[in-house]
Design a protein around this ligand. Structure first.
Ligand SMILES: Cc1cc2nc3c(=O)[nH]c(=O)nc-3n(C[C@H](O)[C@H](O)[C@H](O)COP(=O)(O)OP(=O)(O)OC[C@H]3O[C@@H](n4cnc5c(N)ncnc54)[C@H](O)[C@@H]3O)c2cc1C
Length: 407
């Protein structure tokens, strides 16, 4: 007599971003029957967008400073990062046939910089493992009986599964799929969420009309903030770019607390204030301020524009005060740009609502991963690393939970 094949446990994953896809890989490799649902017409839209400017997937920093990037959520994320951190991520990428390289700042990129080849190889692997994909399936909560409801082009459908992974993303760039509409469905189940806030975002500054018209779109480089070198861009509404993102969490919280945040930007990070003051103190003769600033201060273009915009005429006439302003130019940030424009978001489901395997305390069998959890990190590969690490942990958590439920 033929032995009956044991039925595989079924797992639904909603969200085909990096966190959901990583959970799918673990679950399918672990023997589960996996269905991935996503509202968008194709998988990994934000992941692909992240690859546009060069997919910075992780960082080679030592363990302690790496962890510190997650500030007060570091202890919550540590077990997941220890289990699947930068080294493991690189091995995993190489296993997909994608080479990586380490940039001068320690950031890790795929050799081709883009996300598309990696995503293609990954989806191929997942399909090979038997994962089924259901695109244009917008999750709309649960029925009274606990089935999942999806809106699809051919009308609503309901689905059930033995376990569920939600990897629905944060609240930035909603046009790529993560629109945070899910907060209502979890809210109805009694899950208390930390409000979403923009992270790695630009800020509004009250530029004069003249400055805005003349310099919007100009990069300011090199520059430094708090000793960290980099660059940023003057926009028509304020400032954005890598250097600004690196201080955006602190600036955002400061604005929330007192209504503004004062940024101190070093426009000559390669020159000491003393040397600059000495050069600026030499007789100016009949040179215009622009020529004087270029020759003695080494500033022109947008940097000179910033000095004119933000340093008083009296201070510009005093070499010592001018040098001090160039080394520590105060830019008053009024408000963060809207969350839709931010690279990522802070807020979401707090770790306190989850057990150590990322299962919701209020809903046994429902696991969460990725940016929808309440943590934030700067750019530098830390975002994707935590999404992949929590995706993996959620997948492992489900396997463990299913095994327990069976025994
Ligand atoms: C411009 C840009 C550049 C970036 N660059 C980098 C970088 O270089 N390095 C880095 O580490 N990070 C970067 N990030 C951040 C990184 O892309 C995100 O942190 C990461 O994609 C989040 O992964 P996730 O799986 O949690 O969510 P997401 O990638 O947002 O995926 C969530 C998925 O859930 C789906 N979904 C949401 N709601 C529903 C619903 N109701 N029903 C069905 N499906 C739903 C969405 O369609 C989406 O596909 C960048 C982000 C942006 C916007």
């Amino acid at each position: 007599m033929k032995e009956a094949t044991p039925t595989k446990a079924s797992v639904a994953i909603i969200g085909a971003g990096p966190a959901g896809l990583m959970a799918a890989e673990i679950l399918a490799a672990g023997g589960a029957s996996v269905d991935v649902y996503d509202a968008m017409p194709s998988s990994g839209r934000k992941f692909l967008m992240a690859g546009k400017g060069g997919l910075n997937i992780t960082h080679t920093e030592a363990k302690a400073p790496f962890r510190a990037r997650y500030s007060d959520r570091a202890p919550d994320l540590a077990p997941f990062l220890d289990n699947f951190g930068p080294d493991e991520i690189r091995v995993w990428i190489h296993g997909l046939g994608i080479e990586t390289f380490v940039g001068t700042s320690g950031r890790v990129f795929p050799r081709e910089m883009k996300a598309a080849p990696l995503l293609r190889a990954w989806l191929r692997r997942l399909r090979g493992l038997g994962v089924r994909f259901h695109m244009r399936h917008r999750w709309q909560g649960w029925t009274k009986d606990g089935a999942l409801i999806f809106g699809t082009p051919s009308g609503p459908v309901t689905r059930t599964s033995d376990a569920l992974v939600l990897a629905l993303g944060g609240a930035s760039w909603p046009q790529l799929g993560s629109d945070a509409a899910w907060t209502a469905f979890l809210g109805e189940k009694g899950v208390k969420l930390a409000p979403f806030k923009p992270s790695n975002c630009g800020f509004d500054v009250s530029w004069s009309e003249h400055f805005r018209e003349r310099f919007a779109g100009e990069p300011v480089k090199p520059a430094a903030i708090g000793g960290r070198k980099g660059e940023f861009i003057v926009t028509s509404t304020g400032v954005e770019g890598g250097l600004i993102y690196s201080v955006s969490a602190v600036a955002r919280d400061e604005i929330e607390a007192k209504g503004y945040s004062l940024l101190h930007v070093d426009l000559r990070p390669d020159r000491s204030e003393q040397k600059l003051a000495e050069a600026l103190a030499r007789p100016r003769g009949r040179a215009s301020f622009a020529t004087y600033l270029r020759k003695a201060g080494g500033l022109e273009g947008v940097k000179a524009g910033l000095v004119r915009e933000l340093v008083s005429e009296a201070d510009r006439a005093d070499a010592r005060k001018l040098a001090s302003a160039i080394k520590s130019l105060p830019i008053s940030l009024r408000s963060p740009r809207p969350i839709g424009e931010a690279i990522s978001s802070a807020g979401g489901v707090p770790f306190a609502a989850l057990d150590q395997h990322l299962m919701l305390g209020a809903m046994p069998g429902v696991f969460l991963a990725g940016e929808m959890l309440d943590w934030e990190a700067p750019t530098g590969g830390y975002l994707l690393t935590a999404c992949l690490a929590t995706g993996r942990a959620a997948g492992q958590g489900v396997l463990r939970w299913l095994a327990r439920a069976e025994s």
